[in-house]
Design a binder for this molecule. Sequence first.
Ligand code: PGA
Length: 248
Amino acid sequence: MARRRIIAGNWKMNMTPSQAVELVNTLKDLVVNDAVDVVYCVPAIDIVPVVEAVKGSNVAVGAENMYIEDKGAFTGEISAPMLVDAGVKYVIIGHSERRDYFKEDDAFLNAKVKKAFEAGLTPILCCGESLEQRESGVTMDWIRLQIKSDLVGVTADQVKSMVIAYEPIWAIGTGKTATSDQAQEVCKGIRDLIAEIYDTDTAEAVRIQYGGSMNASNAAELLSKPDIDGGLIGGASLKADFGQIVNA
Ligand code: PGA
């Protein structure tokens, strides 16, 4: 069973609403590819104009974050039903920047994953080790702990439909990409873990992305690996390179 590729841009805290629409228009013809799911995960304030701007194209829109409650007194937060109503299909959960700067822990992220499914969003669940963890040889132990904790109470059918992004923290925004063998090793480890927790059908269905300084020149090599089904792209998603990655 072939898994459909998924290339997602993570714009992070970049692009004002007007710049966002300009970027969508610049990339429009470059990201056309019927064989690949293409997603722009954009800042909350850009969601409405970007959903409008991608209409009629092959691009889906994702959020970079969401809160675990549907509504109420949570000043500054945005709920899953709000995202769905605005036309959002995907949501990044547990990016290392959220884990690190905003102290989001695995129990909170587990609640977010469950809420995303309840609302009808597809989670892109991120995991990844620090350089110190890699150098001390605990990479896979750490990733297994993250994934196991974040998926507590999540069903096999839900996991089949979701996306997991392996993003070594030392490779994010550093220009230092994991080698394709390093990335493949961890992505396969994640798939093996899913088979262990659920079953082989679920493991074969779940899509696993690599993220961390993926760009137009290294994408093809990373995407040639059997357990890497796509990419989560930060810096390179803000320029024409993103089109080259989609078509790699
Ligand atoms: P990068 O970011 O491509 O700029 O390294 C990836 C990410 O953080 O998702």
